[in-house]
Write a protein that binds this ligand. Structure first.
Ligand code: COI
Length: 355
């Protein structure tokens, strides 16, 4: 017992330190990078297996100028959130799904991937190490950004000889500057997001820089984001630069099918399941742009954007408006999803991992 007493004060001290919050203005979080204390790093060499990773202080990473990721874009990213519960524990949302998606993407990009167990453990360790950066309940979440990249040197076009898995984190709240107000989307008519046979269906880093030009143009005209059409017939809805899209008419909720060009969003998948349980008929199929004319509601889903109402879609000079507000399917789906993610609604799906 004297041994216990000797340990007791430090145990208490550790608990208090862990429970402290970082010095952050929690009421004014957006989606900007706020570096936290730690990141996770794990390397993999030519034998194809990842060694034991470690949590280390957040900081710059050193790369060879000829790293595969810098020269040929051999890289993937993921995104997932940790919410703080009133009892102080943290809730992760379907981290196994991010792990699986990274494995699928890694195969497409000729990279080895961490196992699901390695990935989920790494997420868990990253969240716990940065616990003081997880916003208080109701003020946002800790966004974690797993990366997988060809970090070894190459000159000729080939997979890199070494791969690095990293996770960094940042406290966040609303993705759009609109907050939770309806989005105004602009239909892009020049650039495509993804093409048949390309990498649109996986979370390759190479899907994102090419949309910046269209995004900048739409933002300069006052729009929130860009809605892309398919690259073949240029008539079917694809997705928005940062999220998936749903269209509601009557009891039918439609979303573009994941046919290789659409990112298989984890929020997308979750909203499909919740909607079916609420009695909506959910259709994953090609959604022609004309269907927007008769749509009652349009909304976006994504880890960063959560479930975001779309107030209008503009194509050239034609603007179509949709129902928004509290009494919408979008509002109801948002409340249920966030309720599950924050522990306020019973998680009958087994999606939430409490740590
Ligand atoms: C996410 O929603 O987590 C994403 O990865 C989209 C990104 C453009 C913020």
């Amino acid at each position: 017992s004297s041994l216990l007493q000797a340990f007791e004060p430090s145990v208490h001290r550790t608990c208090r330190v862990e429970d402290e919050y970082a010095d952050v203005d929690w009421d004014n979080l957006g989606f900007g990078l706020m570096p936290t204390d730690y990141m996770y790093q794990m390397k993999c060499t030519e034998n194809g297996t990842f060694e034991r990773g470690q949590v280390r202080p957040y900081g710059n990473v050193e790369l060879s100028p000829s790293a595969g990721v810098l020269n040929y874009g051999q890289g993937l990213f993921e995104g997932l959130k940790a919410h703080r519960k009133e009892n102080g524990s943290l809730l992760l949302f379907r981290p196994d799904q991010n792990a699986i998606r990274m494995k699928v993407g890694a195969d497409r990009m000729c990279m080895p991937a961490p196992s699901v167990e390695q990935f989920v453990d790494a997420v868990r360790e990253t969240a716990l190490a940065n616990k003081r950066w997880v916003p208080p309940p109701g003020k946002g979440s800790l966004y974690m950004r797993p990366l997988l990249m060809g970090s070894g040197p190459v000159l000729g076009l080939a997979p890199a000889p070494e791969f690095t898995f990293l996770i960094y984190a940042s406290p966040v709240r609303n993705y759009f500057k609109e907050g939770t107000a309806p989005l105004n989307l602009y239909i892009e008519d020049e650039f495509d997001r993804a093409s048949r046979g390309g990498t649109g269906g996986v979370k390759s880093i190479t899907n994102y820089a090419p949309v910046l030009k269209a995004l900048a143009r739409a933002k300069s005209r006052g729009f929130s984001d860009v809605l892309y059409l398919d690259s073949v017939v240029k008539n079917n809805l694809e997705e928005v630069s940062s999220c998936n899209i749903f269209v509601l008419k009557g009891n039918v909720l439609s979303t573009p099918a994941t046919n290789g060009t659409i990112l298989s969003g984890i929020t997308r998948k979750s909203i499909i399941e919740i909607s079916r349980d609420l009695g909506y008929q959910v259709e994953e199929r090609a959604v022609p742009v004309e269907e927007l004319m008769e749509a009652e509601e349009v909304f976006c889903t994504g880890t960063a954007v959560v479930v975001a109402p779309v107030g209008s879609v503009t194509s050239k000079d034609k603007r179509i408006e949709f129902k928004t507000g509290a009494q919408t399917a979008c509002g109801r789906l948002y409340d249920i999803l966030v309720g599950i993610q924050t522990g306020h609604i019973k998680d009958k799906y087994g999606w939430v991992v409490e740590i």
